[in-house]
Design a protein around this ligand. Structure first.
Ligand SMILES: C[S@@+](CC[C@H](N)C(=O)[O-])C[C@H]1O[C@@H](n2cnc3c(N)ncnc32)[C@H](O)[C@@H]1O
Ligand SMILES: [Zn+2]
Length: 281
């Protein structure tokens, strides 16, 4: 287990002994048999099983394993490689079942020495840790990242919530955040089946990160995919919010389809951490 993990309660460094991580003030966390550690602090107000359910995680894994979004992983690697990485620490924030974490961490060209991933969903982290042993996974939430300040060179985050202040804290000086999110036309054919009128969605991470980061690069990636079986269509539906928010009649229409051609539209924004001295001025 890496030495950059900190206690989510008192923020002191965690050290490992007998499959347990503990801090000097005696908060202790077991290392699971799969190798991950649950650092989520229980809060009475929060759900007992936060984040993606096992069903969503299994669906995402089934879909991603088919390689439909491989061009996304390739683009992420290309953008990281362009930064000229050498002996770097990478964090995949809200990594889900670890598909993009693994693609990036297993590429020798990126010279990653240490790779961490966390997600609030325990089923996602169990699936990730079982399969990708080269990554250090933990269960935690984006607004309480259990890593030391200034310990990470690059944070990557794909289709997930952001925490500007936590990203700023854990990144080293001149560190980067690579944010991957959907462009306006993403899965428009699916959205058209769900809503009577297709409204292109507008999202840009800039407003959330602006205070501590500078946008340094933007890339787009559009491609088409053809799902030629009901099982992949259902898997895609279940990994999107559509499945969980759509009326049964409409879902039945979609799940009755034998094939579905889809537009994929991804955006990649690279942000650089602002110099703390500039912040003070
Ligand atoms: C759309 S999924 C993306 C997962 C992964 N990045 C991928 O692209 O395969 C969003 C993920 O964010 C996680 N998540 C949601 N809220 C979170 C939070 N507050 N802290 C950490 N993870 C969170 C969910 O459990 C889920 O795994
Ligand atoms: Zn502690």
């Amino acid at each position: 287990m890496s030495n950059i993990l900190i206690c989510p309660i008192c923020k002191h460094k965690l050290t490992e002994e007998d499959n347990t991580l503990s801090c000097p003030t005696n908060h202790a966390f077991d290392i699971s048999k799969e190798g991950y550690v649950n650092l989520l602090v229980a809060n009475k107000k929060n759900s007992k099983n936060p984040g993606d359910s096992k069903e969503m995680v299994d669906s995402r894994r089934q879909f991603l394993d088919k390689g439909y979004y491989l061009p996304v992983a390739d683009k992420m690697k290309e953008m990281i490689l362009d930064l000229g990485p050498s002996d770097i620490t990478v964090l995949d924030s809200c990594c889900g079942e670890g598909y993009y974490t693994h693609h990036v961490s297993s590429d020798p060209a990126l010279e990653i020495t240490d790779c961490h991933g966390f997600d609030i969903s325990k089923p996602a982290i169990i699936a990730a840790a079982k399969r990708y042993q080269e990554v250090k996974f933990n269960v935690s939430k984006v607004n309480n990242i259990p890593l030391e300040s200034e310990s990470v060179d690059i944070i990557q985050t794909v289709f997930a919530p952001l925490s500007s202040s936590e990203f700023y804290r854990v990144l080293k000086e001149e560190g980067f955040v690579l944010v991957v999110y959907s462009g306006p036309m993403h899965l428009k054919e699916l959205a058209s089946q769900v809503y009577d009128e297709f409204k292109p969605h507008k999202y840009h991470p800039k407003s959330q990160l602006d205070r501590f980061f500078t946008l340094v690069e933007e890339q787009e990636l559009q491609f088409n995919i053809s799902l030629d079986n009901k099982s992949d269509i259902l898997a895609l539906l279940k990994m999107t919010p559509y499945y969980w928010n759509t009326h049964k009649d409409k879902l039945e229409k979609i799940t009755a389809l034998d094939s579905l051609d889809l537009t994929c539209d991804f955006r990649f924004s690279l942000f650089m951490k602002n110099n703390p001295h500039d912040e003070e001025e």
